[in-house]
Design a protein around this ligand. Structure first.
Ligand code: IPM
Ligand code: MN
Length: 347
């Protein structure tokens, strides 16, 4: 029997609540399947930082490398540790070190979920570049605290980085409805985004079966609200994808439904699965966080591990719960109630 070793990093705030829920679902579905899951839990978080002075030990990346996948809750406790420290000490280094260059975020309405738009029949797969671009972390500050202070933050776009994420987008489009929207801003950003557009065009020649359209980020933001059903796969740089996927979360009914997968497509290192919502310290441990985004992310993890049937069973169980009205109104149902409904639907 195949056994997958999973690194569980609950992290901060509601990350702990929702990973506990997702793990219960994973345990149940694995018990019903022909594979096993073995979790090793790591306490790396802002609380860990307060104790040790680091978000994870210096050999943290080396430790994680041995796992088949990582399931992460959330990182951040800004009242105690600045986000710029906590995120650059845990989440972002994992994405970069393990070359998880494709951040996959599905945006569609689960059955029973209203969402804020009139449009209901949309099914968007956002592919966000996850290792470079605007979040490369290259920059500096000089003359700090003086009137002459300067801050520089440089976006880095490499041919390797841009080509691989666009290619990933083309492949996803080919496997879905054959439509790719490439998000740009080459009217204003005349180096990086012109480069992005050129590579989009070069790859388009290799994928004659994919209909590709370039949209400026501002126009794409409007399109996701006004005509989301016109979109299939959307591929974007790190910053643009970050913003658009919160918009995607909003149109799918809220962050409680937004799942994500940080994928290393070459499988040279583990991939990481996490809900998009973050740690929400104000509602931590009150049993009110919606675990659906984390459970959906767990389903994406199983699919990545090659256990698609089990992943689909989890998605069907989520759909059964939301169809019955459980977990569809933000803040109404308890974490435990929603988790119990998903678990019951697995029977
Ligand atoms: C996300 C989050 C992170 C990101 C932050 C917390 C650094 O907003 O996963 O979308 O922008 O990557
Ligand atoms: Mn974000």
């Amino acid at each position: 029997m195949e056994t997958y070793s999973i690194a569980l990093i609950p992290g901060d705030g509601i990350g702990q609540d929702v990973t506990a829920a997702a793990w219960q679902v994973l345990e149940k579905v694995s018990a019903q399947s022909s594979f096993a899951l073995k979790a090793t839990t790591f306490p790396w978080s802002c609380a860990y930082y307060k104790e040790t002075g680091a978000m994870m030990p210096s050999d943290g990346i080396a430790t994680l490398r041995g796992f088949d996948a990582i399931l992460l809750g959330a990182v951040g406790w800004p009242a105690e540790v600045p986000d710029s420290v906590s995120l650059h000490g845990l989440l972002l280094p994992i994405r970069k070190a393990f070359v998880q260059y494709a951040n996959i975020r599905p945006h569609r309405l689960l059955p029973g979920v209203e969402g804020p738009l009139k449009a209901r029949a949309f099914d968007i797969l956002c592919i966000r570049e996850n290792t470079e671009g605007e979040y490369s972390g290259a920059g500096g500050r000089v003359h700090q605290g003086t009137a002459d202070e300067v801050a520089v933050e440089t976006s880095i776009f490499t041919r390797t980085g841009v080509e691989r994420i666009l290619r990933f987008g083309f492949e996803q489009a080919r496997a879905r409805r054959g439509k790719l929207a490439s998000v740009t801003k080459s009217n204003a950003q005349k180096y990086s985004m012109v480069f992005w557009d050129e590579i989009t065009e070069q790859l388009a020649a290799e994928y004659p079966d994919v209909a590709v359209t370039s949209y400026h980020i501002d126009a794409m933001a409007a399109r996701m609200v006004m005509a989301p059903e016109s979109l299939d796969v959307v591929v974007a740089s790190n910053l643009f994808g970050d913003i658009l996927t919160d918009l995607g979360a909003a149109i799918q009914g809220g962050l409680g439904f937004a799942a994500s997968a940080n994928i290393n497509p070459d499988r040279s290192a583990p991939s990481m699965f996490e809900p998009v919502h973050g740690s929400a310290p104000d509602i931590a441990h009150l049993d009110v966080a919606n675990p659906i985004a984390a459970i959906w992310s767990a389903a994406m993890m199983l699919e990545h591990l090659g256990e698609s049937a089990a992943g689909e069973r989890i998605m069907a169980a989520i759909a059964a719960a939301t169809s019955a009205g459980i977990g569809i109104v933000p803040g109404r149902d308890r974490t435990e109630t929603i988790t119990a409904a998903v678990l019951a639907a697995l029977d």
